[in-house]
Write a protein that binds this ligand. Structure first.
Ligand SMILES: [Zn+2]
Length: 259
């Protein structure tokens, strides 16, 4: 088998998972089952037959419309599918065919669902973050990184740091600046990535969040300041740590020690 064919497998697998993530993004906030009933058109309730449920490709072939009633589907469906396919590919390229790759792809998939739900509704559902914390702690017993101790410290630090910031902000301003959902999300990230991952996630997430927030304020005016949810930026920071964390940390230590 050539190397190209091997790379198609994670892409196809990722696109199929992405199709399921679309269902999760849509249904988890509604509190309904993500398994049944099967996908149907939100307009005419026509069941989407399996041969028209091929990720990305069906959307292109049907030009983004329901085959029965012609109602346009959101472009977000193929975007999530294609993005998840790329995430699967990069996870495979980084970690190879290992148990780590499977765990981290599941972790990244959860972050994708959280990102889009937070963008839509400004909430991070406990049904993802709380089992996520448990899954991260459990996985640390079997994976080489970050280690059991680092995982538990990471979960506690992730939850604790943001809780302190949110509480301080509330005391200082009388407003809730950050949701409890962000606290649980960072605890979940800490469970998977350890306390170093929490630090890098906060740094990258705050920087990216401030940058995008400032750009939005410039583009849309001051009122948009509170319109940016923090969850997607924490997810971005966690992904940066997962793929580039070692490189960034060793570069920083090299600089810090003057080597
Ligand atoms: Zn329809």
């Amino acid at each position: 088998m050539s190397v190209d064919i091997i790379l198609i497998l994670p892409l196809v697998f990722g696109a199929i998972v992405g199709s399921f993530l679309n269902v999760c993004i849509h249904r988890i906030p509604l509190g309904v089952s993500v398994v049944s009933p099967p996908s149907s058109c939100p307009n005419c309730s026509n069941r989407i037959p399996f041969y028209l449920n091929v990720p990305v490709i069906s959307y292109i072939l049907l030009r983004g419309r329901c085959s029965a009633c012609g109602e346009p589907f959101s472009a977000r469906y193929p975007v999530v599918e294609a993005f998840t396919a790329l995430v699967a590919l990069f996870t495979f390229l980084k970690f190879g065919p290992t148990p780590e790759a499977a765990v981290y792809f599941a972790f990244l998939s959860a972050l994708i669902v959280i990102t889009f739900i937070d963008l839509d509704l400004k909430i991070i559902p406990d049904v993802i973050s709380l089992p996520g914390i448990a899954a991260g702690l459990l996985a640390s017993f079997f994976l080489p990184y970050p280690g059991v101790l680092h995982s538990f410290i990471g979960a506690a630090a992730g939850g604790g740091v943001l809780f302190a910031v949110a509480w301080g902000y509330y005391l200082a301003t009388g407003h809730e600046g950050m949701g409890g959902g962000d606290v649980k999300l960072l605890a979940m990230i800490g469970a998977f990535l350890g306390w170093k991952g929490v630090i890098l996630t906060l740094l990258v997430g705050s920087f990216a969040g401030a940058l995008i927030g400032a750009l939005l304020m410039l583009a849309l005016g001051k009122g948009s300041r509170y319109a940016v949810p923090f969850g997607p930026f924490l997810a971005l920071g966690a992904a940066v740590h997962l793929f580039f964390g070692e490189a960034i940390i060793s570069w920083y230590l090299l600089k810090a020690t003057g080597g």
